[in-house]
Ligand binder design. Structure first.
Ligand code: 5GP
Ligand code: ZN
Length: 115
């Protein structure tokens, strides 16, 4: 738990959010500013600032995040049509919250390349 980290506060329920999935390792909740009909943010409970801070100890956690994202896509009925998983990193990547997270976006046709 990092002080003043909004996602740590969401994971600990200190800040309310619309949680769609939770287990021992991760929490998934609806984005407060959705960019698509389905826009879920998936975070590890452990505070890791960016993808650059991952270590070999986190390998299982990262694999678990992908499996949970795939499962959520089925639950949200976007698996077959398709979806996007995004992890922004640092300034040019557009990261605004420095607690590792994966966006699950779907429910519409997403353009490529991103802006
Ligand atoms: P980033 O820009 O770091 O890739 O993504 C951060 C995401 O978290 C943004 O899409 C933003 O809308 C979302 N977000 C930021 N603060 C909150 C919050 O307090 N509650 C929820 N549900 N989402 C948040
Ligand atoms: Zn945090």
């Amino acid at each position: 738990m990092a002080e003043d980290c909004i996602f740590c506060k969401i994971a600990s329920k200190e800040v309310p959010s619309s949680i769609v999935y939770e287990d021992d390792l991760v929490v998934a909740f609806n984005d407060i500013d959705p960019q698509a009909p389905v826009h879920i943010v998936l975070i590890p409970k452990k505070h890791i600032p960016t993808v650059l801070n991952l270590t070999h100890e986190d390998q299982k956690l990262v694999g678990h995040m992908f499996l949970v994202a795939a499962s959520l896509s089925r639950e949200q009925q976007i698996a077959q049509d398709g979806f996007r998983l995004v992890t922004n990193c640092n300034r040019d990547g557009g990261q605004s919250v420095y607690h590792l997270h994966m966006h699950l976006l779907g429910g519409r046709s997403l353009t490529w390349p991103p802006g």
